[in-house]
Design a protein around this ligand. Structure first.
Ligand SMILES: CC(C)(COP(=O)(O)OP(=O)(O)OC[C@H]1O[C@@H](n2cnc3c(N)ncnc32)[C@H](O)[C@@H]1OP(=O)(O)O)[C@@H](O)C(=O)NCCC(=O)NCCS
Length: 472
């Protein structure tokens, strides 16, 4: 087996206690020799190391406090409660996401890209999420081939999708197909046959690889059934994951769209553990529900308008604004009035605000950079840019939202529509394909580290009042 040099990135806690990674001159990166070429083999080398680290962490720090929990936090959607371990990524309110200690620009620089392409390959991001290491181009190619080889759907799942009415939301079809694929779960079968806990991760790994591999075929089938003639091309065993997804959707010949898919699938993959789709997958997985059932739960959460569905809402809202104002070429004042109209009618401005972030989302910024490079004169991009200059000021004046800046969803739709993917109801399916990479890589680690059943304590209002001696 060839000896491969792999760059390893480490997550280092800061003095403030937040798990912020060292960056720039402080980046702690180690080069070391690995004898393994394949992902599963590499993972099996890393698991004992990580298990030992977790054991030592629990022994040394087990009784330390991670912070207080207030009554406001319990009523406030558990914002800010540090109560979960998530290895793949950490979100800093000011800086944004780091995938295994790498920022998005660092991923763009360091992760292998396709021949002739510039954006990182999501296969490489998956390897990074699973191992904490930057893979070689050769290792990335192996993942592309493996996913292509595992991509076929059982015929009953194809039939199930073909029978869905085109009025059933694409996200419901997506969730339905993933749940039905549970029929294939190796984890569920192995569990029934009585495997030891030490083997859980291996079956979770196999299911996760199968499931990720099948997502483009599910997404492509939904898209073709709902919006086109239902005919689907075959997966190309020599193409990368994003190129195959683009082909299944009917945009494989458009190099710009394929590059967009590589960026899109990379940046939407993971956003630490507390967001709804990640948390739902992790929570359901903690009951030892297999990866299919767990991810379906995550997809159902992603389908909510305050989470992933916001990306369809953004374009819908922006187009409605364009239609109502009669053009994309309108004054700042007119746009400002329109934003106020939305707020005064009691609606949120989609694509703005975030539960954790307090600055412009770097996932927004990299999509903006993509647009500046590939579609600088698109009139809808111009409108999105104008909104970026106006909405934060209006939201600040409005005075409610803690973060007036744009999030990832404020930009994704305008890129997709530029290339002709204009069916907004479908956008969250693409988000879901990407989210699979993040939440399933964590699920493998959940089983490798023996994460227990998740069961936080809840209280009634009566109980809370009694705790602090208030009358009921
Ligand atoms: C993302 C989001 C759900 C975060 O929610 P949150 O953590 O509760 O946000 P905040 O603490 O800032 O909310 C405080 C108030 O500001 C409001 N607010 C937040 N973002 C807002 C927005 N974009 N437009 C209008 N009002 C907004 C909230 O609705 C809330 O109002 P309330 O007190 O009447 O309930 C919220 O910002 C939102 O709804 N954004 C629009 C939808 C969106 O883009 N979602 C994708 C997220 S990646």
């Amino acid at each position: 087996m060839a000896s491969v040099s792999i760059r390893r990135v480490l997550l280092v806690p800061t003095t403030s206690g937040s798990a912020r990674a060292f960056s720039g001159a402080f980046t702690v990166a180690k080069r070391f020799k690995s004898t393994s070429q394949g992902l599963k083999e590499r993972l099996s080398e890393l698991i004992p190391e990580k298990q030992a680290q977790v054991k030592a962490t629990k022994q040394e720090l087990g009784k330390k406090s991670l912070g207080e929990v207030t009554v406001d936090m319990a009523y406030g959607g558990m914002r800010g409660i540090k109560g979960m371990i998530w290895e793949g990524s950490v979100l800093d309110p000011e800086e944004g996401i780091r995938f295994r200690n790498l920022t998005i620009p660092e991923c763009q620089k360091q992760l292998p890209s396709a021949e002739g392409g510039e954006e990182p390959l999501p296969e490489a991001l998956f390897w990074l999420l699973v191992t904490g290491e930057v893979p070689t181009a050769e290792q990335v190619k192996l993942i592309s081939s493996e996913w292509a080889a595992r991509s076929a759907l059982p015929s009953f799942v194809e039939e199930l999708l073909d029978r869905c009415p085109s009025t059933l939301h694409p996200m419901s079809q997506f969730s339905l197909a993933v749940t039905a694929l549970q029929h294939e779960s190796q984890f569920a079968k192995a569990y029934q046959s009585g495997i030891p806990k030490t083997k859980y991760w291996e079956y979770t790994y196999e299911d996760s690889m199968d499931l990720i591999a099948k997502l483009p075929n599910i997404a492509g089938r939904i898209y073709r059934n709902v919006y086109k003639d239902g005919k689907l091309p075959a997966i190309n065993p020599n193409a990368d994951y994003s190129a195959n997804l683009a082909t299944l959707l009917g945009f494989g010949d458009n190099a710009g769209f394929v590059e967009l898919m590589r960026l899109y699938l990379t940046i939407h993959s993971d956003h630490e553990g507390g967001n709804v789709s990640a948390h739902a997958t992790h929570l359901v997985g903690s009951a030892l529900s297999d990866p299919y059932l767990s991810f379906a739960a995550g997809l159902n959460g992603l389908a909510g308008p305050l989470h992933g569905l916001a990306n369809q809402e953004v374009l819908r809202w922006t187009m409605k604004m364009r239609d109502e104002l009669g053009s994309t070429d309108v004054s700042d004042e007119t746009i400002r009035d329109y934003v106020w109209k939305t707020l005064k009618s009691g609606q949120v401005v989609p694509g703005y605000g975030h539960a954790v972030l307090r600055k412009t989302d770097p996932r927004y910024t990299c999509q903006r950079e993509f647009a500046l490079k590939h579609l600088p004169t698109d009139p809808m991009f111009k409108l999105v840019s104008q909104l970026y200059n106006i909405v934060p000021g209006v939201l600040t004046e409005h005075g409610k939202t803690k973060n007036p800046w744009p999030n990832v969803d404020a930009h994704s739709g305008v890129l997709l529509q530029h290339y002709g993917l204009v069916e907004q109801d479908f956008y969250t399916v693409l988000f879901g394909v990407s989210r699979g990479l993040g939440v399933l890589s964590q699920l493998i680690w959940d089983r490798a580290l023996g994460m227990p059943l998740e069961r936080p304590k809840s209280l009634s209002t009566e109980h809370v009042r009694k705790m602090f001696n208030l009358k009921n």
